[in-house]
Design a protein around this ligand. Structure first.
Ligand code: SF4
Length: 668
């Protein structure tokens, strides 16, 4: 029976057969040029380098590898940006790469770019395990996408020199590299077929955000099939692998099936394809589990901590070179009040008390209610790439379902269970122990399709402080058995028989998440590059009143409709003149997207408050945006707005106009 290898998405653009047989957990990518790349290719713009460990001189490369070997790493991918001649500048590094192989015993895979005689000799001396090289088969593509004057002859010669010096070559072809068109792929296959190679890796152009190709449509399935078919015909002696870099959703399912149909030797694992391979009478072989990046930050300020999560959610890319998800566990330095994305600061928090007590107030990008955080409350953030549960990009609708909150809270429930505490997930976003809240959950979806899942786990809490700082709306309390905070909240240390420390809780969470998601966590702290970018984001957003208090300038004369719904509290602040909506602002602890709420508010302005009109506006926004306020129907929202009709307030004073303009200004 023929076998087919399924391997976890590890070093995504650089798969080789031996990665498939190795422990992905131990393979670390290193860039010898940091984030610098002269070529700045249209499909990448150097983004692949951002997530590699920098080692910008031979000594630091050896030191980095020594540190990794001491942490039980098994191998390294040595990569970097290219010079203008399309080469990764490895020239000064041969001696140290040789030492990494010989003295540290690490497996070494090298990303080369264009190879000449001297480089091939150097790589032979290093005794590298594989030389990875992207092969392009059309001169115009090289010019247009890679912006260099090298030609297909240089790629041909690269393979020649690698063969001449018996360096194990693993050529890659990016199908559709020329802005989605099939141009040089057959020529690339023909070129590769002349040489002895270790394996061929086929990947498919995947649009990355913030590149000139971000809106490019990937090659058609028919085109992909043509390349697969030709590869199968030509590459009869060498293994063919379908790499991780391929578009998601239906497209991926079709492509994976084609790879099975054309008898590929390996496929970067994806849901659903294993049973298909079995149906086709292949024997599947599985490799190591999925890898998640793990980050731990203790005692950070609220502004920095919140900026970290947003930065990570904005930058985790679908063909990230190393990690599927990111798990971050963190505590805050001092007590702070963190508002949900759509809440009004003045409504939720006693701001003067915060000022008196020196408590920082800030706002996160995820929805939900206000929480008090500090050194005795553990924050959990998980960055989830698009398509993780259903193969397509999340919308607020699909993401904020019970299933997804339930899925990602499994790690927390498992950790509590290890501590002897039985808990359960309860709609809409709580984890309860005996009916009392021990952790709250929140989430949002970013424009790039990545989702951010947040949880705050209460190890201990100062309930007196909490009641002084938070203004708990009476509507939220009314459906609880007891109005006292102590009776609605519990803590790990109240429930546990022994004193639990934050560090022990973290350890159990890591174990539990690894179990729940069948993956390995790899400790990879924030790099200097990332910290610089995060600090810039912190300054731009989380240290500004514009972000923190953005909805606090609601004119006091407006009518406020407050409704407790299945989606959470929905507050509609509305100014009406002659039954026409002059201004409307929607706040609350619900889950939605900024785009959806802004569109809704904009479309409602200057509309007459009549059921037919308001209902149509709301339904249109629901349809147009594809997102929603999770758990709320257009009908309920329409009812809320129509309530204003019973007690309209005309707001005509100039001062109110000024306030309205100020709100607009804050929005922009
Ligand atoms: S040469 Fe490599 S790292 Fe540089 S932009 Fe192109 S693909 Fe990215």
């Amino acid at each position: 029976m023929k076998t087919i290898t399924f391997y976890a998405p590890g070093v995504k653009r650089f798969e080789t057969t031996e990665f498939a047989q190795e422990n992905h957990f131990s393979f670390i990518p290193i860039s010898i040029t940091g984030t610098h790349c002269v070529l700045d290719c249209d499909h990448c713009k150097g983004q692949l380098l951002k997530h590699m460990k920098p080692a910008s001189n031979p000594e630091s490369l050896f030191q980095t590898c020594t540190d990794l070997a001491n942490k039980n790493a098994k191998g390294v991918l040595i990569s970097g940006g290219c010079d203008s001649g399309g080469k990764v500048p490895l020239g000064d590094y041969y001696e140290q790469i040789h030492n990494v192989k010989k003295k540290l015993g690490l497996k070494v895979v090298v990303h080369t770019g264009i190879v000449d005689d001297e480089m091939a000799k150097g790589l032979k001396y290093c005794n590298v395990d594989s030389a990875l090289i992207d092969i392009i088969g059309h001169n115009q593509t090289i010019k247009d996408v890679y912006h260099t004057d090298v030609t297909i002859k240089d790629y041909d010669k690269s393979l020649y020199y690698l063969n001449k010096h018996v360096v194990p070559a693993v050529p890659h072809i990016v199908i559709g590299l020329d802005y989605g068109r099939l141009i040089g792929e057959y020529a690339a296959l023909k070129m590769i077929s002349k040489y002895k190679i270790k394996s061929l890796v086929l990947v498919i152009l995947t649009s990355l955000m913030n590149t000139p190709m971000q809106d490019v449509v990937p090659p058609s399935i028919d085109d992909v099939e043509k390349v697969f078919s030709r590869a199968g015909d030509i590459m009869t002696e060498s293994p063919i692998i379908l790499g991780c870099a391929r578009p998601m959703g239906e497209y991926k399912i079709k492509v994976d099936r084609l790879a099975v149909d054309y008898g590929f030797d390996g496929i970067a694992f994806s849901d659903g394809i294993v049973s298909y391979a079995r149906e086709k009478e292949y024997k599947p072989i599985f490799t190591e589990n999925m890898l998640w990046r793990y980050i731990e930050n203790d005692s950070v300020s609220a502004s920095f901590g919140l900026a970290v999560d947003e930065y990570l959610a904005n930058t985790l890319i679908p063909d990230h070179p190393n990690y599927g998800h990111i798990l971050r566990l963190y505590t805050y330095r001092d007590h702070c009040a963190i508002l949900g994305r759509f809440q009004d600061a003045e409504t939720e928090v006693n701001l003067s008390e915060c000022e008196r007590l020196g408590i920082e107030v800030n706002r996160r990008i995820t929805g939900g209610g206000t929480i008090i955080m500090g050194c005795s409350q553990l924050g959990v953030a998980i960055i989830i790439p698009p398509g993780n549960t259903n193969g397509s990009r999340y919308s607020a609708n699909s993401f904020f379902t019970k299933k997804v909150f339930e899925d990602y809270s499994r790690g927390i429930i498992g950790a509590l269970s290890l501590l002897g505490i039985q808990s359960e997930f309860v709609l809409k976003n709580d984890i309860l122990v005996g009916g009392k809240k021990i952790a709250g959950l929140a989430a949002c979806v970013q424009e790039n399709g990545n989702a951010l899942f947040h949880a705050s786990i209460i190890l201990d809490i100062d309930t007196r402080l909490m009641t002084r700082v938070l203004r708990t709306p009476i509507e939220k309390i009314s459906d609880k058995k007891n109005k006292e905070v102590d009776d609605r909240l519990t803590t790990i240390n109240r429930e546990s028989k022994e004193k639990i420390t934050i560090n022990r809780l973290k350890r159990y969470l890591k174990m539990s998440f690894e179990n729940a998601f069948q993956m390995k966590l790899h400790d990879m702290p924030l790099t200097d590059y990332e910290i610089t970018a995060i600090k810039a984001l912190e300054r731009k957003r989380y240290l500004t009143n514009k972000w923190i208090y953005q909805k606090s300038l609601i004119p006091s004369e407006t009518t406020v409709i407050r409704r407790k719904t299945r989606a959470g509290m929905v507050n509609i602040h509305i100014s009406v003149l002659n039954n026409i909506i002059k201004d409307v602002i929607i706040t609350g602890d619900f889950f939605s997207t900024t785009r959806f709420i802004s569109t809704l508010e904009r479309k409602l302005k200057w509309k007459v408050i009549e059921r037919e009109i308001i209902s149509k506006v709301i339904k249109d926004v629901w349809l147009f945006c594809r997102d929603s306020i999770s758990g709320l129907t257009p009908e309920i929202l329409t009812d809320c707005i129509l309530e204003v009709g019973n007690s309209p307030r005309n707001v005509t004073e100039t001062s109110q106009e000024n306030k309205r303009l100020k709100i607009e200004e804050f929005r922009n």
